[in-house]
Design a protein around this ligand. Sequence first.
Ligand SMILES: Nc1ncnc2c1ncn2[C@@H]1O[C@H](COP(=O)(O)OP(=O)(O)OP(=O)(O)O)[C@@H](O)[C@H]1O
Length: 530
Amino acid sequence: MTEHHGDAPTLVVEDVSKSFGSTRAVRSASFHVARGELIGIAGHNGAGKSTVLKVVNGSVPGDVGSVTISGVRRSATEAVAHPEHLGVRTVYQELALAPSLRVDETAAVFDPSARGRRWRSDAWKSLKAVLDEMFPAHGIRPGHVISDLSFARRQMIECAMTMVDAGRPASLVILDEPTSSLDGTATESFYAYLKRRAAGGLSAIVTTHRLNEMIENLDRIYVMRDGRVLGEHVAATSSKESLVAAMGLAEHEEAHRAPEAGEGPSLTRAVAVANAEASDSGSVVELVQQGEDGAEERFEIRPGEIIGFAGLEGHGQLEALEAVHRAAARRPGKRGRDRRTEHLGVSVVGDAAYVSGDRGVRGIFPIWDVAKNLSFSSLKRPVTRGGLISKARERELIDEWYRRLGIKGAPSDLITSLSGGTQQKALMARAMAVHSSLLLLEDPTRGVDQATKGDFYGILREQADKGQTIVWYSTENEELRNCDRVLVFQVGRVVGTLTGEEATEDAVIALSFGQRTRTAQTQDSSKEEI
Ligand SMILES: Nc1ncnc2c1ncn2[C@@H]1O[C@H](COP(=O)(O)OP(=O)(O)OP(=O)(O)O)[C@@H](O)[C@H]1O
């Protein structure tokens, strides 16, 4: 942090509390942010982080307390219609972009200074300037329609839009899980940008469950637990372990470490999933591509394996996962080429369940309660008996997954009343409860706390040991060590395979920058124009 001596703090939060019915989401929270300071708020899922930040920007009125922004004090009970007038901008965990708008139109909606005949191009110019600096390889074009963009690119747009001057400079940006779907390279350039802005006096509050990210990039970290702000930590002298301990999550971390080398799956163990299936060659998924020398290259995924799909953002790993999902819906074993994965042929034996990290668009049913959201995919099996839904079985299934993933709250609560990470747990449970032969994971732990991640990795290993095959797309390279093998993608092709242990951030980046770097950059931008 650059010292801005004599400046009033940008934000002072005093004794803020907020309850939703009987849930005390925030209890007497107090903290402050100096000018040019980068602050983190860490805490388990449901700790109250998003709620206290919504009280700060006035989108949710608190019950008591006060919020002072740049010297202007207000009661925390006051809602604020236009927080940008107070100099506050926010990026929410669930992105707020309209899916049917183009990127330049989106930029204009959030940029009141873009008016007149050239409103689209003016707004795009301002947004592009920030995007180019924040994410040099973003590949976003003004004509892209938001719904066609990956979650990561939508997240880039939101982050960049927060920083556009738009005639009303921000003094405080609130970033709720801003990097949850960004890969390591994009995350690094995002924080480099944030630090440059902080040197100019901008203050920021970041929440993320990627604790190393906070430690490496922020100045101070407040830890929240059960609605309370428990204490502050200087980032430079904190460790992931000390934060996890302060959050009260230490015991879970220890319980579920990544498997030791040599603990990988074997076909002899692949017997216990009721409907585990494999092709004649013994594979559940087969990816086929043409090698550079024209010869066919084949990648087989066998029952009970946990396979990661990794690489730099936008290099086809997510499209490959989606292609596996589509292939699972086709006639068993039929290899298909589809438009979106031009280099890869995919064939799948058996059925698949899918967990999306984009829960707002591809996950939750917002008007249903948690129980229905969780049991929905199991209604055909295993909850049905003789063609009828068995209420008893449904209750058993819900109880089991509440226990296994430590979901708090009542099954009859509306799913949208859960914290973001807890909604994600319900989606994981929904997919795992189906007992499909193939489990497809699209950044499944986005926004999920360390303890649950540990539990989840342990459950995945148990499922694999029973013969379930798991294909896992992740933007968090650290969690790829839980895989048996990791396929690294570049420009829509598999360019290398690493064992889980070898799949460090550096190894993945080295492979994905491997041979065809220049092609990668030129083709990347056209990927989503399909
Ligand atoms: N609109 C709402 N209605 C009812 N309860 C809510 C609502 N919003 C939040 N809560 C509850 O308040 C508590 C705190 O939730 P909050 O979203 O602030 O947690 P969080 O720390 O941001 O969690 P996460 O890391 O999962 O995002 C949770 O128990 C949540 O279920």
